[in-house]
Ligand binder design. Sequence first.
Ligand SMILES: [Zn+2]
Length: 375
Amino acid sequence: MRVVLAVLALLLAAPATGGVIDTVETRIDVRRDRAEVKLVLSSAVPWRVGTLADPWRLALDLDGGDFAGLGADALGEGVRWGVVGPDRMRLIVDLPGPMRVTEAAMSSADGTIRVTVTADADAQASLPEESADLDTPPSTREGPLLIALDPGHGGIDPGAQRGLTTEADLMLRFSQEAAAALRRSGHDVVFTRERDEFVSLRGRVNIARAAGADLLISLHADAIESGDASGATIYTHATQDEDALTQELTARQARDDLLMGVVLEGQGDRVAQILVDLALLDTAPRADAFADALAGAIEAAGLPLHKRPRLGADFTVLKSPDIPAVLLELGFMSDPRDLANLRNPVWRRQMADALARAVDTWAVADRANETRRRR
Ligand SMILES: [Zn+2]
């Protein structure tokens, strides 16, 4: 497996063929109260945007962006670019003061990114100084586990909404409660977001990988328009979505990502895909084992489970080749009982405790299997 992962890392770091910047059509316009960026690329690539403080800058990260042949200051005064990770470029635009991102979209048709930032005295930096590094090796899994908690949605993507309650806020709150339960069990936690901000789906996986997480748990409570789904559902990766409920959720995720202009999957070459599949062969049974443990812990706590609690889906956050990943739908905001539960701190605490117990159960079995595999 180690050999395969090494080859995979090389492939991920291979020179990109898409995302070549068009310096003629690209426009960067910075004014005192507002800045606009129109970045024209030869094809769509995964990207994210955010701000950095002290001094204030706009940062645009592109996975597979190709700025080769472009001078360091070719885009004008106050605009720089550099490599911040394997296959990741960062474009930096100096800003005159605190600003926040008010518009960000990529046209999936032609790879044009449009970003607007607007002056805001209360703005906070939305990006870490260093971008997540794709090349950090997975942890060796000794000692306490590092659990990556991924509160779904955030920022310009609120997720499901019922009244004043948004899925993004609920999941942010639950991620903190789950972290407290995990820490009580002696585990460490890393978050893909800790405030109301937008993080791309692939960006979430990158954060977990960069931290060397042992397990990635994505947290959602979506609303479903069709049928009457209720209770908790746990997803692991499958190349085919298994039922109508899953198809609706997958379609929604894809639509959200297009809306935000992020992550187009399936553009890698076939060899890379085969290597990802091979890596998943090793990781998938471990993710399935955790999903089973989680369903068992939720049921044992007497909390409602969906009639088919274990499902497979082709969600982007489940496609980390070397970290077992599950997506937990705690319940559905479209179901009145689930919504009341999700809003109830006592119920959430029971769910957080069940999640921590599932991690404990899984950790023991997983380490035993690891020892067996090494022999
Ligand atoms: Zn969701």
